[in-house]
Design a protein around this ligand. Structure first.
Ligand code: SF4
Length: 180
């Protein structure tokens, strides 16, 4: 049986959702018989390959211009796009900054934080520009499957991946559908 290709990326996120993916533990070994992870934040290849993937997974909200591009690239190259975690699905904790001006947000983060001495807001063309608001993924690109949770459990992620491997669109209900 041909393996399905999966690419993952994280946007404005902590690593929690990807850690939950790794928490699938030994079931990963079984999954890897059917799945090839082509790119991820923890592999050499960071972006989905040009010839595309079957499943693209995004975690995190979209908070800057680089993340807009990363989400669009994933959408363009993935047949099925899965948003994993509250940040990707709803904007999650990232949206707490949406009540404030971006200049104040940057100053608070880089200059005024309690652990910072002589901080300054970084300026570089290499850095993405902060959007006015952090957005859930579906406000930038179309999403096919939503898995909420902060983070979703490893069981829920395993369920979604297993369904996709079986060629089915996952239908989330009961224990795997958790808002927290
Ligand atoms: S949903 Fe929770 S665990 Fe996942 S990236 Fe957001 S804050 Fe982290």
């Amino acid at each position: 049986m041909k393996k399905i290709k999966i690419a993952t990326d994280w946007l404005e996120a902590c690593a929690g959702c990807h850690m939950s993916l790794l928490d699938i533990d030994e079931r990963l070994v079984e999954l890897l018989k059917h799945v090839e992870f082509s790119s991820s934040p923890i592999t050499d290849l960071k972006h989905p390959p040009k010839d595309g993937v079957d499943v693209g997974i995004l975690t995190g909200a979209i908070g800057n211009s680089h993340q807009v591009e990363a989400a669009k690239l994933m959408r363009e190259r993935a047949k099925t796009l899965v948003a994993i975690g509250d940040c990707a699905v709803f904007g999650g904790i990232c949206t707490m900054r949406n009540f404030f001006d971006t200049k104040d947000v940057l100053r608070r983060g880089y200059v005024e934080s309690e652990s910072t001495v002589d901080g300054k807001v970084p300026e570089s063309e290499d850095l993405g520009e902060l959007l006015d608001k952090a957005l859930p993924v579906n406000q930038v690109v179309e999403v096919d499957v939503y898995l909420p949770g902060c983070p979703p459990s490893a069981d829920a992620i395993y369920f979604v991946l297993s369904e996709l491997v079986a060629g089915r669109r996952p239908v989330l209900a009961g224990e795997v559908l958790k808002y927290d």
